[in-house]
Design a binder for this molecule. Structure first.
Ligand code: KG4
Ligand code: ZN
Length: 337
């Protein structure tokens, strides 16, 4: 008998609900973003996020069920992100899921948000274990060797900023709109990536750890030098700085990915997270995967960024592996895989 799960996600700045079947059919995936609410603050404000989640969660769940044409009673389980993330939002989701589970008698499964991202290639492409996952978003950056639904080995990750965070900061210091990734990528199209000598942090060190804060500082210094010398930045300066920064990020991620593939011998490289939308990065990773004889897989962007379909799917996998949670399921701000 096919399983159908409701998924609930509210750990950052997207409120989401989805209905997913174990045959990988996504019956509904509703995502209500909060970008406009945080736009004036240059980042996600936890209190505003928590309030918006509390206000929107019910409606998202109702919308997902209605799109799927199902009632709660038709489902087989409820999966909810129990961490890691902003605690106010995670709590809202967990409390709603508990209420729904009590009311319906359905099993409750607490899901790690990172496991949701990491298992997405199985939902989108039915990828078999094992595979290598590179998670690159605004909040996360890590290499995971995925060998089972609850079996992740972290090979390395950022020791400071996440790459999306770095893109956002570069945009801010160059006066480009948020979110920074798309605007830096757009500006970089007209730029020369070799005009400025920018560092490739941690390439000289063994292993798969990454660092992006020094790169950001280097861009800041170049900007200030230019501003001091010519009284401001020209359009071309901005484009060249964006192109140089983007090329440095892609170089570093590509080299560390090469090492992670060599270390694991994984047959598949999958990427997830908002930064995986970047075309320069994608092309670099595709080349590295081809050289290692690995297949390259990038799920569609709406399933690469935060969503609840990945949470429902991770819930189904955990349920099949025997996981059941009770009313003592805790919301965890920190929860390493
Ligand atoms: O996965 P995501 O939607 O949210 C979380 O971080 O959880 O990722 C958002 C991040 C933002 O920092 C955004 O600037 C970055 O992904 N991003 C990009 C691109 N599109 C989005 N970074 C580089 N190039 C892009 N095209
Ligand atoms: Zn995420």
């Amino acid at each position: 008998m096919a399983l159908t799960f409701l998924g609930i996600e509210s750990s950052c700045d997207d409120t989401a609900a989805a209905v997913v079947r174990d045959d990988r059919d996504i019956l509904a995936s509703v995502v209500a973003g909060q970008t406009a609410l945080h736009a004036d603050f240059g980042g996600v404000v936890p209190e505003i996020a928590a309030r918006a989640h509390a206000e929107k969660l019910d409606a998202c769940v109702e919308e997902a069920l209605s799109q799927a044409g199902l009632r709660l009673a038709d489902l087989d389980g409820i999966a909810v992100t129990a961490g890691p993330g902003l605690i106010g939002g995670v709590l809202s989701g967990v409390m709603l899921a508990k209420g729904l589970a009590i009311g319906s008698g359905l099993p409750l499964i607490g899901v790690n948000h990172l496991a949701g991202h990491a298992l997405t290639p199985r939902l989108t492409d039915g990828v078999a274990y094992p595979y290598l996952m590179l998670l690159v978003s605004g909040g996360h950056c890590q290499f995971l060797s995925v060998t089972g639904p609850d079996s992740f080995t972290r090979l390395g990750g950022t020791i400071d900023d996440a790459p999306g965070e770095a893109f956002d900061k570069i945009a801010k210091l160059l006066g480009l709109p948020q979110p920074g990734g798309p605007s830096v990528e757009a500006a970089a199209r007209a730029g020369n990536p070799r005009r400025f000598a920018l560092p490739r942090p941690l390439l000289d060190r063994p292993g798969c750890d990454l660092s992006f804060s020094g790169l950001k500082t280097a861009v800041l210094r170049q900007r200030d030098d230019l501003a001091a010398a010519q009284g401001g930045l020209h359009e071309q300066d901005r484009a060249d700085l964006c192109a140089g920064f983007q090329a440095a990020v892609a170089d570093v991620l590509a080299e560390k990915t090469r090492r992670a593939l060599a270390q694991t011998g994984a047959p598949v490289l999958a990427v997830a997270g908002g930064v995986a939308a970047n075309q320069t990065l994608r092309a670099a990773l595709q080349t590295i995967a081809a050289e290692a004889g690995a297949a390259f897989l990038a799920p569609p962007l709406r399933l690469c960024t935060d969503n609840a379909a990945m949470i429902a799917w991770a819930g189904i996998e955990a349920y099949n592996a025997g996981q059941r949670d009770g009313m003592d399921l805790a919301a965890r701000p920190r929860w390493p895989l």
